[in-house]
Design a protein around this ligand. Structure first.
Ligand code: SAM
Length: 280
């Protein structure tokens, strides 16, 4: 059984406030479902994953063969990976996101299209009948999973690595979480030029982050409010879990995912632990 957070839209306190003022125009949805897909595409489709992809690419084993990307989303990293010449299998849970990914792929040059396989699946329990030279997962995605599902993720990854294969994860460099809930709002401009309000609330006691996104234009009709909840944890915790799951963490390299030059992420490289004769 999954311990993933709500598969439907989360009723965040901030969503309640803005929906109350929108009245009949208000629509509540999850950021990754059909009703949220317009907002998702407006904010994420053109997000540039190239700096993050380069960090992964630098750590891929030599001649890895196909690379498996988990929770691939709209391909923020998959497309730069394809452009760098790798062969990719992109696994993603959300049917809406998979459809949008396939559309984007169909509109890409055949030279990229031919090197990409798209699979709808759950990263916490998958069986693709194939092994990969590397399994990669981008920042934020592991935060979708609860503890039991993360165990499922690590076990599934072990089953899909070739000898010499690597599990590469980019993780957000999170600050120690404050004791009190913290809230902040900022305005973002989407690719359409529309303005969106992003409201984030951190709930330390529950180790959760609540995200609410809605139009900056208070008269928008429909007034679509997208919410999502994700878990918060430190790089140390994930490294410890990987160790318990049978991996050796061989590198933890901070890097800057944006042009600011400020390190905001860590690239974690894990390899399946060799079982020595003594340990058998
Ligand atoms: N990798 C993409 C990127 O960097 O833009 C997407 C990252 S986004 C933070 C997380 C993605 O994980 C979403 O597309 C969501 O639908 C997907 N997801 C959530 N739970 C999942 C699961 N159990 N298995 C596979 N994908 C999942």
């Amino acid at each position: 059984m999954t311990d993933q957070l709500d598969r439907g839209p989360a009723r965040t306190a901030h969503a309640d406030v803005v929906l109350a003022s929108a009245g009949d125009r208000g629509v509540l949805c999850d950021f990754y479902d059909e009703a949220g897909s317009d907002t998702y595409r407006d904010l994420i489709q053109d997000a540039d994953g190239t700096p993050e992809t380069r960090e992964f690419a630098a750590r891929l084993p030599e001649d890895p063969g196909p690379v498996l990307e988990l929770a691939a989303g709209m391909g923020r990293l998959t497309f730069p990976f394809l452009e760098l010449g790798w062969e990719m299998t992109a696994l993603e849970l959300s049917a809406t996101v998979v459809t949008a990914f396939r559309k984007r792929l169909a509109e890409s040059p055949s030279e990229l299209r031919e090197r990409c396989t798209v699979v709808q699946g759950d990263m916490s329990a998958f069986a693709l009948g194939e092994r990969f030279g590397a399994v990669v997962i981008s920042s934020g995605s592991i935060n979708e999973l609860g503890e039991a599902d993360r165990k499922g993720l690590y076990a599934s990854v072990l089953e899909h690595l070739r000898p010499g294969g690597k599990f590469l994860l980019s993780l957000e460099l999170t600050k120690p979480v404050e004791a009190e809930p913290v809230e902040r709002s900022q305005e973002l401009t989407g690719r359409s030029g529309r303005r969106h309000v992003l409201h984030v609330k951190i709930l330390p006691s529950e180790e959760l982050q609540e995200i609410t996104i809605h139009p900056a234009d208070e008269t928008a009709d429909p007034f679509v409010v997208c919410t999502h909840r994700r878990r918060l944890f430190t790089v140390d915790r994930i490294a410890r879990e990987l160790g318990q799951a049978g991996f050796d963490v061989v590198a933890r390299e901070p890097f800057a995912s944006t042009g600011t030059g400020r390190d905001d992420m860590v690239l974690v490289e894990a390899i399946p632990r060799e079982v020595t004769a003594d340990a058998k």
